[in-house]
Design a protein around this ligand. Structure first.
Ligand code: AMP
Length: 356
């Protein structure tokens, strides 16, 4: 493994949202600097980073100057344009690497990758038009979910097909974008594993968390998750298998469905993940520091869990609860510094220590 990044070295982060912000705070605790690249004005991460570039992902000069000012590049979201990555990769190392991005940017590539690894997912089919949708529905059956292959997040770009008549409107909702049909998984609950891998191949997983979504957006993550010991082992083994197959460096979120037949992989996110925010108050080393350590060639830290925690997202008007939350015992408040409150916008989260 090459040398750890020295004190004062700079990590470039593509994306300036709350994940970039919390990565930047973690990096500064380790004596490292962060430079944020973000097209939007006044990004949340910009308030805590050493430098910010406000430029579009097709601004070659800005990308080149950014690369010249950093030692290594990481990212807080997966939909970075390929041309920007090509340019940056020629100049500085990108961690996690391109393969993880290629696989996770497209739901069809991702599901094919996972099933090729021997892991189980919802049944799926490539949808190119109305005919392929009808054929796929014959095999997969309803209920099913039609999803755009790319650029979906927080339940966006998804349409449920409960009966055959829903197929037409669902396809229209995709607006001509390439899509994938997924069979509806009758899961009992959803969990995720936040896993980390260092450049020398060491893997460390945080304890799986149990996730509750509303309207496609994560609301709470609770640790410990309801899992048998065997399921817990399975969750960690399958996450490690994914990271190894990608020769991955950094933190990844692996979302799983718990079913009576075992664990199915829903999706992977090649970055720190909302369902890993509980680690900030439940572990000595949280997901953000773990990611920075991996990216900076440090050894992975001790992420073992020392408390039961419930993370609750503060979405839109939830921010009105702040006066009450600030009086709550055992509750750590994390706010993202976003000026404007919008419906569905993640404004912050709280981590509540749950005492038995
Ligand atoms: P996704 O953006 O694919 O993670 O989907 C967001 C949420 O929709 C998931 O966390 C699940 O609650 C639900 N969901 C997605 N795909 C399926 C599926 N194939 N079967 C059942 N529920 C699903």
């Amino acid at each position: 493994m090459s040398d750890p990044l020295p004190q004062g070295a700079t990590i470039g982060i593509l994306g300036g949202g709350q994940l970039g912000r919390m990565l930047s705070v973690a990096a500064s605790r380790l004596g490292l600097r962060c430079h944020i690249f973000e097209p939007g004005e006044a990004p949340p991460a910009g308030q805590v980073a050493d430098a910010v570039t406000t430029a579009a992902y097709d601004d070659r000069a800005a990308l080149e100057a950014f690369a010249a000012s950093v030692d290594v590049i990481t990212y807080e979201f997966e939909n970075i344009p390929t041309e920007a990555l090509d340019l940056l990769q020629a100049l500085k190392p990108i961690r996690p690497g391109r393969e993880a991005l290629r696989v996770s940017q497209d739901r069809l590539t991702e599901k094919t990758f996972l099933t090729d690894l021997g892991l189980r997912t919802a049944p799926f089919a490539d949808i190119t038009d109305a005919d392929s949708l009808m054929q796929a529905l014959e095999i997969i059956g309803a209920p099913a979910i039609l999803k755009t292959r790319r650029f979906g997040y927080d339940g966006k770009g998804q349409a449920r097909i409960l009966k055959l008549e829903d197929a037409g409107p669902a396809l229209e909702e995709m607006r001509g974008a390439p899509a994938i049909l997924e069979g509806f998984v009758e899961f009992s609950h959803e969990v995720s594993v936040i896993a980390a891998r260092s450049a020398d191949g060491a893997v460390a997983c945080f304890d799986p968390g149990e996730n509750v979504h509303r309207e496609g957006i994560l609301r709470t993550t609770t640790v410990p998750a309801r899992l048998t010991t065997a399921q817990r082992t399975d969750a960690v083994l399958l996450a490690a298998k994914i990271l190894n197959a990608l020769n991955y460096v950094g933190v990844m979120g692996v979302e799983l469905f718990v079913t009576p037949q075992g664990l199915l992989v829903n999706e992977i996110a090649p970055r720190v993940h909302n369902s890993g925010h509980w680690t900030q108050n439940g572990c000595t080393i949280d997901q953000f520091e773990q990611h920075i350590r991996a990216v900076a060639n440090w050894p992975l830290g001790d992420g073992s869990r020392y408390a039961d925690v419930q993370m609750e997202n503060l979405i839109g008007d939830d921010l009105d609860k702040l006066p009450d939350l600030s009086h709550e015992a055992d509750t750590a408040i994390h706010l993202y510094g976003k000026a404007e409150v919008k419906a569905g916008r993640k404004m912050g989260h709280v981590n509540r220590i749950v005492r038995g």
